[in-house]
Design a protein around this ligand. Structure first.
Ligand SMILES: [Fe+2]
Ligand SMILES: [Fe+2]
Length: 234
């Protein structure tokens, strides 16, 4: 969705149950997924004083925590459930319909997950929600899909900016960009028509395995060398 204000109230801690048998787990956004024994904590109080031994502890914890990233992504997506923001469907339904249209149209898994998560930033990025989705997806998707997600708000604006005192042709600033057509197509085929209370809405359960596969292996991160070292260490 586009042009967000407000958003769903977030209880703390957030406890969400995915409406799907494949993920029969209660997800707590604020829960620490692992318990670290007190004696396994790093001891530095200033980062500059950290040691390799400290970082062996921290990276060990990171490896455990990173495995549950898909749980946190799915839990955050569920914050859109019931949050209509004045639209005819809530933001989760819009996300599911966008992904449904992409899936039914034969798009590949990465594209479908991008469609599913393109508005995941609605509750946190009231003034730049596409940036939130792009930041979450950046390590896991290719450059074309990343650009598409990052710019979808301005491209969706073609359909409504003129109603809120803005230039609907703002997207034209990117007219010569190699991903202009891809992004315009995403809006036209999937994001634009996904506000229909009667529209086909595949449940999140069917997309969940795709999310887990996509977020399993980062391919674009400044921490790649450290990840390789951690993996080699086992
Ligand atoms: Fe959006
Ligand atoms: Fe959207």
């Amino acid at each position: 969705m586009t042009l967000r204000e407000g958003g769903a109230a977030m209880p703390s801690p957030v406890s969400l149950r995915l409406p799907l048998p494949a993920c029969d787990a209660t997800l707590r956004l604020h829960a620490h997924p692992t318990e670290t024994p007190m004696n396994a904590h790093a001891t530095f109080t200033r980062m500059e004083h950290s040691t390799k031994e400290d970082w062996d502890i921290i990276t060990g914890e990171f490896m455990k925590i990173s495995k549950t990233l898909p749980d946190r992504v799915l839990a955050h997506l569920l914050l859109l459930d019931g949050d209509t923001g004045g639209f005819a469907v809530d933001r989760l339904t819009h996300s599911l319909q966008t992904a449904t249209l992409a899936l039914k149209d034969g798009r590949d898994e990465e594209y479908v997950v991008c469609a599913l998560l393109h508005d995941i930033g609605d509750t946190l990025g009231s003034y730049n929600h596409p940036d939130v989705a792009a930041a979450i997806l950046k390590p896991f998707v290719g450059e074309a899909n990343l650009w598409m997600v990052e710019h979808h708000g301005i491209f969706q604006g073609y359909n409504f900016f003129h109603h809120v005192g803005m230039d609907r042709n703002m997207r034209d600033r990117f007219r010569d960009h190699p991903h202009f057509d891809r992004t315009a197509e995403f809006i036209e085929l999937y994001d634009n028509p996904a506000f229909d209370p009667a529209g086909e809405t595949i449940p999140l359960a069917e997309f969940e395995p795709m999310v887990r596969r996509l977020f399993a292996v980062p391919r674009n991160t400044v921490y790649q060398a450290a990840l390789d070292a951690m993996k080699a260490r086992g």
